[in-house]
Design a protein around this ligand. Structure first.
Ligand code: SF4
Length: 386
């Protein structure tokens, strides 16, 4: 069964209404538990749960340490093109916006990549708008092949592909896919995606399963926080991540928490999410989904990102530019979104060290988690297979 069916069978609005009545004693009962099930997660996500962030943070920290060790994986986005045929109302690359459109050629991509390599990155996220005409599958293959010589881990954040096309990407050297559904609410989805291929909700939602089926090693999902009620999206995210973790148990499932703020143009999010709500969402998900990787990008300010390091985060971007060619020629024009944390990568790494964690520049490996449950789990797998 695909996740589309599960989503359509679940009355998330009713669950949101129900948890509005959760009592503090129900939340307290969950906080003592060694394992948090889906109903428990709902209690933690409830309005009453907001009064227990400190207790949740303590548990989230302990779980994250046990599962992932004291490491934070650093990565950087590399924008290939800002050409896009879609008109997502919240995006700086929206086809209706009058911004310079740039698609990098292979030499320019390698030159951008050289900056990232010089800074120490081994994990790069290749990003583009929905531009199959300027970035067809064959071209993406060439790019991945060229970059895989220098980068041990390449993830894609591009338009949804077919299963055979994902297989080609994996064969060329891509090992990860990040694809946010943006919102799991079909009505909201239709209203913020007025035209283009992206209007096809199911094609997008099922893309991560197509990638999982061909063996992608890491799959990232997320909601754009601000498009819809954050508790509604939090429930959908929990269900989606749980489904993927069970179906693709050998794949690292990650959840990102992109919050809509400071968007180019005049778009204003209908459901702005404050810091407290963002933290509650992350902590509740961590207590429910112990093994999911949590990603926090440079959309968030440095102070909040630093605060989140010891709580539940496992991956952070650093030094990001969100316009094609931005590492060589930084300009804000043509950017997808405004970067809040403008620190250099080495400054982000220093902040991680200061928090008592180790910044990891290349794709993680279970060896780096020596002593953690994650490492022990892999060791048992390896031992069992010889
Ligand atoms: S969010 Fe993606 S698909 Fe939508 S306009 Fe921006 S780049 Fe294009």
């Amino acid at each position: 069964m695909s996740f589309t069916e599960i989503l359509d069978r679940t009355d998330i609005s009713r669950l949101v209404e129900t948890i509005a009545g959760t009592s503090t004693s129900q939340v307290e009962a969950v906080l003592g538990k060694a394992e948090v099930n889906f109903s428990d997660f709902l209690a933690l996500l409830s309005p009453a749960g907001e009064n227990y962030l400190e207790e949740m943070a303590e548990q989230a920290q302990a779980i994250t340490l046990r599962r992932f060790g004291r490491v934070i994986l650093l990565y950087a986005p590399l924008y290939l093109s800002n050409v896009c045929s879609n008109s997502c109302v919240y995006c700086g690359f929206n086809v209706t916006r009058d911004v310079p459109r740039i698609t990098l050629d292979i030499d320019e991509i390698l030159s951008e990549a050289a900056h990232l390599k010089k800074w120490g990155f081994g994990h790069v996220l290749l990003v583009s708008g929905e531009a199959p005409k300027v970035l067809p599958v064959a071209r993406l293959r060439e790019i991945i092949q060229a970059l895989s010589l220098d980068f041990p881990s390449l993830s894609l954040e591009i338009y949804p592909l077919s299963g055979p096309a994902y297989a080609q990407m994996a064969e060329a050297g891509a090992d990860g896919l990040t694809l946010y559904q943006e919102t799991y609410d079909r009505q909201v989805y239709a209203s913020v995606h007025p035209r283009g291929k992206k209007r096809d909700f199911n094609w997008r939602l099922e893309a991560v399963e197509r990638a999982g089926d061909v063996g992608f090693r890491r799959i990232g999902i997320g909601s754009l926080l601000g498009l819809n009620d954050w508790r509604w999206e939090g429930i959908a995210l929990a269900l989606h991540a749980d489904y993927l973790m069970k179906r693709y148990w050998q794949t690292q499932i990650t959840i990102s928490f992109p919050r809509l703020r400071n968007i180019p143009g005049d778009f204003q999010p209908a459901y702005p999410v404050n810091d407290t709500s963002l933290v509650q969402l992350m902590l509740a998900l961590r207590l429910f989904l112990n093994d999911a990787g949590f990603v926090i990008s440079t959309r968030e300010p440095a102070s909040l990102r630093d605060h989140l390091i010891p709580l539940c985060v496992t991956q952070m971007s650093a030094g990001s530019r969100t316009e094609p060619g931005g590492y060589r020629h930084p300009v804000q024009e043509g950017a997808q979104f405004v970067v809040e944390d403008q620190r250099w990568p080495e400054e982000v790494a220093a902040a991680i060290l200061k928090s008592g964690y180790e910044p990891v520049w290349k794709d993680w490996d279970y060896v780096m988690h020596e002593g953690s449950e994650h490492a022990d789990h892999h060791k048992r797998d390896v031992q069992g297979s010889v």
